[in-house]
Design a protein around this ligand. Structure first.
Ligand code: AMP
Length: 298
């Protein structure tokens, strides 16, 4: 695995490789887990050369957030990526990405204000900016993102469309612990007791899914049931539970064909997010027919 620290070097490698190979890119902030590795495996499957970046992006953290204490373990990450046969690991320093005179930021209006954007001011501007820079550096054909960070995924898809970037975004499913908790580098902050409480987030999403499958379409009802479940967990503070449009992320009152239930909460000092997509009609690729959520064919 080639380790690259300099932007110029990464760009020149990408330029050469791109001539006759498909480049897959997985941007991360490190402290890798199976969720990250699932994106890496998808890239290995779909492309010729896989580039992974590890960069804890300072401009997506607010002043009172966990930039300094964000978990880091480069040696462990490096050996995990070696095992996955990743071709290039790009690990720029902060100063390499943002010089002293740095001035340019990318914003995706409205979409950055919903859900996590309400409390994490400037977060998605930081994400959109770093992803734009990384795309210009790594020049990927395909870039892989997790559904776990649903708002981030949709903002990046929009950014790529609006700015006519020559890259395809591949959305990958959320990888979970056996009890359902979505894998996250931040799970490492949880004490044993907090970790047990955290599984209720997934249970609340399942509850909403079940109601939806039974025919409930009123978003308020789904939110209420999920809220009831989470409110009973001592020490768990709900930041939001929302049902939003899958593309625009606007809050829904009523779910017609699809919607996303998104949850953010705090357990102790740890902020956790998760979501599930509700769809009335599932597209079953194996049979190439439209099915509703109860499996009835059309
Ligand atoms: P991060 O290192 O947290 O910035 O995440 C890097 C990429 O991994 C993002 O595209 C995330 O959405 C994705 N990711 C994080 N956790 C998971 C997970 N549990 N399942 C699938 N993808 C994930």
């Amino acid at each position: 695995m080639l380790i690259v620290r300099k932007i110029r070097e990464m760009q020149s490698i990408a330029e050469t490789v791109r001539k006759d190979k498909i480049i897959g890119f997985v941007p991360t902030m490190g402290f890798l887990h199976e969720g990250h590795l699932s994106l890496v495996r998808k890239s290995k499957e779909m492309t010729d050369v896989t580039v992974v970046s590890i960069f804890v992006n300072p401009i997506q953290f607010g002043p009172n957030e966990d930039f300094e204490m964000y978990p880091r373990d480069l040696e462990r990450d490096r050996s995990l990526l070696e095992k996955e046969k990743v071709d290039v690991l790009f690990i720029p320093e902060k100063d390499e990405m943002y010089g002293e005179d740095y001035k340019t930021y990318v914003r995706v209006q409205e979409m950055e204000d919903y859900l996590c954007g309400k409390t994490r001011k400037g977060h998605f501007q930081g994400v959109a900016t770093v992803v734009t820079k990384l795309f210009n550096i790594v020049k990927p054909h395909l870039a892989f993102f997790g559904q776990k960070d649903y708002q981030q995924l949709k903002i990046i898809e929009k950014l790529v469309r609006d700015l006519n970037m020559d890259v395809n975004i591949v959305a990958c499913p959320t990888i979970r612990e056996p009890d359902g908790l979505a894998m996250s580098s931040r799970n490492t902050y949880l004490s044993q007791e907090e970790r047990k409480k955290a599984q209720h987030i997934y249970m609340a999403l399942i509850k909403a899914e079940e109601l939806f499958k039974k025919g409930e379409r009123n978003a308020k009802k789904l939110v209420e049931e999920a809220r009831n479940l989470l409110s009973s967990v001592e020490g768990l503070e709900i930041e939001y539970i929302s049902v939003v449009d899958c593309e625009t992320l606007e809050e829904l009152e009523w779910i017609n064909d699809s919607g996303v239930v998104a949850i953010a909460c705090r357990i102790g000092k740890t902020r956790l997010i998760d979501n599930t997509i509700l769809r009335r009609y599932e597209h079953d690729e194996s049979h190439d027919e439209i099915k509703d959520s109860q499996g009835k064919g059309y």
